[in-house]
Design a protein around this ligand. Structure first.
Ligand code: COA
Length: 403
């Protein structure tokens, strides 16, 4: 297709009052649901309105008075071990069908990435189409994984005390419980994220506990072949017992877990039961991540990096390590378990990656594998520091937090 140049695109943050209706109309046309009204309701009931959508960091492109592009940013804190980094979750990226193929999204994304950096974001995560986002510095973040366990393979157990069923809506008490169980799990979001669930499909909440506050919960959806668990927190055996009861009631013979963190207590329990897992890992499309501010990320990771070093054979190590990726560079100084992020010249010990540094920072992959595949280069002490400072984390973002 011959590319028509565009010189008249105006880029700015959408105004929540002035631009809201036109913006929602654009999104509803670009991401059609069975009917336009259903999509508008979805945007109004919780996906954008009443949510952590960031009107200041998101970007729209206008030609004349008409909004023709949108790049949406949702503001949340992502865990990297015990550290938290400010992350822009990206959604409803679209160009008006009449204006596609004119380089307009290219310009909109560049403006939005700059706005995120200026507004203090450290990283950005999205779930996207294939072969598109790599051009803006995003790389695959983690695979999509689905665990399936048959009802007959679950341990026989009574349903937990005080089990109640209802329609799912996020709440502060569920968020607090989730945060307790998600502590230290890389890639997870600190809740609350979405304040309201705007259902495309209704979801059920099974919660239990003997007092007012829940001791555990599971969010489920009826699938064609299995009961689907989209989110859960609490003691692993109690979750499995509640799910088994729900599956029996809905005549499902197996339970499927989507977005389950592989290092969660629930996943560790499942690993000891018969079951199957399908893993879908794509180099582009699916969950993708970009490091927006390397220095700020390392600053926020300092206590986490110190904890990793102190628990290792390099606890007494003294030296410096430069991380380099794209146009970003920062140096970490190690001094007997203390970590500082330093300016100053590039040092001999280096970890360098043209486009995969974000994977290293969140531990998407084993560092050795990255070296073997040529996605990372290590020099000097970089080679021995790599598995200590940046071990694989099996990061994952739970389904209800996705944008
Ligand atoms: C995807 C979409 C946003 C692209 O917008 P656009 O304004 O046409 O994109 P641009 O003209 O700025 O194209 C930028 C680059 O991406 C490429 N590109 C455009 N659409 C693409 C697509 N669907 N898949 C892969 N690459 C695409 C272009 O070829 C161009 O690459 P080049 O500079 O190397 O030639 C637009 O097609 C759209 O709104 N689609 C429907 C909604 C959607 O699927 N959004 C993505 C959700 S994750």
């Amino acid at each position: 297709m011959a590319r028509r140049p565009s010189t008249d695109l105006q880029l700015r943050a959408p105004d929540p009052r002035r631009d809201r209706e036109a913006l929602f109309d654009l999104i509803a046309r670009c991401f059609p649901m069975p009917d336009h009204a259903a999509r508008l309701a979805h945007l109004r009931e919780g996906y954008i309105d009443h949510s952590h959508y960031d009107w200041a960091a998101s970007r729209i492109g206008l030609i004349g008075d008409r909004i023709v592009t949108h790049f949406g940013v949702w503001d949340y804190a992502m865990r990297i071990g015990r550290a938290q980094v400010r992350t822009g979750g990206i959604g409803v990226v679209c160009t008006d069908a009449d204006y596609r193929g004119r380089n307009l999204m290219m310009q909109t994304v560049e403006a939005a990435l700059q706005a995120m950096v200026d507004d203090g974001y450290d990283m950005s995560v999205l779930f996207g189409i294939r072969d598109f986002y790599h051009r803006f510095g995003y790389v695959a973040a983690w695979p999509e994984m689905v665990y399936t366990v048959r009802l007959e393979d679950l341990p026989a157990a009574k349903a937990p005390h005080g089990l109640r069923r209802g329609r799912y809506q996020p709440s502060q008490e569920l968020a607090e419980l989730y945060n307790r169980y998600a502590a230290g799990l890389t890639g997870t979001a600190v809740r609350p994220t979405y304040r309201r669930h705007s259902p495309r499909r209704p979801r059920q909440l099974h919660r239990w506990g003997t007092g007012d506050a829940p001791e555990g919960y599971a969010v489920i959806e009826d699938g064609d072949e299995a009961l689907i668990c989209l989110d859960a927190a609490g003691e692993a055996d109690a979750i499995l017992a509640a799910l088994a009861r729900a599956a029996r009631r809905s005549c499902h013979r197996s339970i499927r877990f989507r977005g389950l963190h592989e290092r969660s207590a629930l996943a560790r329990r499942l690993h000891r039961l018969p079951g199957s897992a399908t893993v879908y890992w794509a180099p582009s499309g699916g969950a993708m991540i970009a490091a927006l501010n390397l220095r700020a990320i390392l600053e926020k990771m300092r206590p986490e990096l110190a904890r990793r070093v102190k628990g290792s054979a390099l606890a007494r190590f003294q030296g410096r390590l430069t991380l380099q990726g794209g146009h970003q560079r920062a140096t970490v100084a190690l001094d007997g378990g203390r970590i500082a992020v330093a300016d100053g010249p590039v040092v001999n010990s280096r970890l360098r990656s043209a486009s995969h540094l974000a994977q290293l920072l969140i531990g998407s992959r084993d560092g050795d594998e990255m070296l073997r595949q040529g996605d990372l280069q290590a020099t000097g002490d970089g080679r021995i520091l790599l598995p200590i400072l940046f071990p694989a984390q099996q990061p994952r973002l739970a389904q209800p937090d996705q944008f």
